[in-house]
Design a binder for this molecule. Structure first.
Ligand SMILES: Cc1cc2nc3c(=O)[nH]c(=O)nc-3n(C[C@H](O)[C@H](O)[C@H](O)COP(=O)(O)O)c2cc1C
Length: 191
């Protein structure tokens, strides 16, 4: 038996990332859960940002931003970036988190986040309460300590990304592996 819950903006789970706009001299970042990959060639990312966000103003100044994945163990600092605005706070000075230069875009990386994407804005679309920002991912960075034995791929267990659960408004971390994608389905035979 299913129960209808009405129109909903809740998807389970959602990532919690820090999106940063600005420069090394003047940056702001906010927590974002409404974010996803938008395409592969070129690689793109799409995110829903409310027009009032200070970070969006800075993204518009340069047309560039970075997406920074915090560790689950840093939930409190990531949450701080999601409850305080750069309109009246210097979040980096207050949190103690730091910036490091990106390699392609002028928006810096959040040094304490082990995985980072450098992005250039491709488009902005008004979508009711939010602005849909589509960005091209022009470079990515990973701490060497979160790479697998091949040294080329992120080991998600080592990354330990922060997960946001809407509705109950809680943060979680990933559970265990259950199967190999693009492979496990081969064991299901038609009757
Ligand atoms: C877990 C979490 C997820 C959030 N996701 C979004 C989001 O997807 N889009 C958005 O506009 N704001 C989101 N917010 C709210 C902003 O992060 C928050 O309003 C922030 O203070 C804005 O900062 P700024 O004005 O310095 O840019 C989220 C907040 C939290 C705690």
């Amino acid at each position: 038996m299913k129960k209808a819950l009405g129109p909903s903006d809740r998807l389970y789970p959602m990532p919690c990332v820090l999106v940063l706009g600005g420069t090394m001299e003047r940056a702001d970042a906010l927590a974002v859960a409404w974010i996803a990959i938008g395409g592969a060639n070129p690689p793109t990312i799409v995110m829903a940002i409310r027009p009032s966000r200070r970070t969006l103003e800075l993204i518009r100044e340069t047309g560039e931003f970075t997406v920074n994945i915090p560790r689950a163990s840093d939930a409190a600092i990531a949450d701080y970036f999601g409850i305080v605005s750069g309109h009246d706070h210097d979040k980096f000075a207050e949190s103690g988190w730091t910036l490091e230069p990106a390699s392609v875009v002028s928006a810096p990386l959040v040094a304490e986040c082990p995985y980072n994407l450098e992005c250039r804005v491709l488009s902005e679309t008004e979508n009711g309460s939010h602005i849909l920002v589509v960005g091209e991912i022009v470079e990515s960075h990973a701490e060497e300590s979160i790479l697998d034995a091949s040294g080329t791929k992120v080991d998600v267990a080592l990354l330990d990304p922060l997960i946001y659960i809407p509705g109950t408004r809680e943060y979680r971390r990933l559970g265990e592996k259950v199967a190999d994608a693009f492979s496990a389905g081969k064991t299901v035979k038609p009757e």
